[in-house]
Write a protein that binds this ligand. Structure first.
Ligand code: FES
Length: 194
């Protein structure tokens, strides 16, 4: 399973998530992408928290997990990506995250508990498509000032690597940051922060 496959859209995300569950059940062997804990269908529908092993997540790598039927992105940001975040501020709608799209403990420049790990709901705040991960610098289609981020091809909304929305696109708000907490250095719980 390549990262590109996971990122191309919600439908493919769901396909991958479903096959990941099967893979764990049959093989009993987990790769970094398969190490999420998937509760039962009934528990998921009720919004059960999802525990994720992040021990294999490398800087620059992104994985998806499913929570409440939505894709949640876990992106391990590099030092350079973090250093670049403030450069986007003048071009953003809500650079200080003043709109309540995140828990209080993520109302900071990186919109995260630990700066290196972004946890965000991968659903565009325009009409609900799942944006594509575009970490490449200055690609032809996104322009010379692009420092990496997420691009929603449906109607052209752009978000930076803190999931903050750019000005002049249809999406009105930053992407949502779900409640979450670290259970240890290598395990994250999504959906519960108590
Ligand atoms: S749904 Fe993302 S730009 Fe319209």
């Amino acid at each position: 399973m390549s990262e590109q496959q996971v990122d191309t859209g919600r439908r493919r995300f769901l396909t991958v998530a479903t096959s990941a569950v099967g893979g764990v059940a049959v093989a009993g062997v987990a790769t970094p992408f398969l190490m999420s804990f998937f509760p039962s269908e009934r528990a998921k529908a009720a919004g059960a928290p999802v525990e994720v092993d992040i021990s294999k997540l490398e800087p620059g790598q992104k994985i998806n997990v499913e929570w409440r039927g939505k894709p949640v992105w876990l992106l391990s940001r590099t030092k350079q990506q973090l250093a670049d975040l403030p450069k986007n501020d003048p071009k953003l709608v809500d650079p200080k995250s003043e709109v309540e799209q995140q828990p209080k403990y993520c109302q900071n420049e990186a919109r995260s508990i630990k700066p290196e790990l972004l946890v965000a709901v991968g659903i565009c705040t325009h009409l609900g498509c799942s944006p594509t991960f575009r970490p490449d610098l200055a690609p032809a289609d996104l322009g010379p000032e692009w420092l990496g981020g997420f691009y929603c091809p449906c109607h052209g909304s752009k978000f930076d690597l803190a999931a903050r929305v750019f000005k002049g696109v249809p999406a009105p708000k930053n992407l949502e940051i779900p409640p979450h907490k670290y259970l240890s250095d290598t395990r994250l719980l999504i959906g519960d922060d108590k």
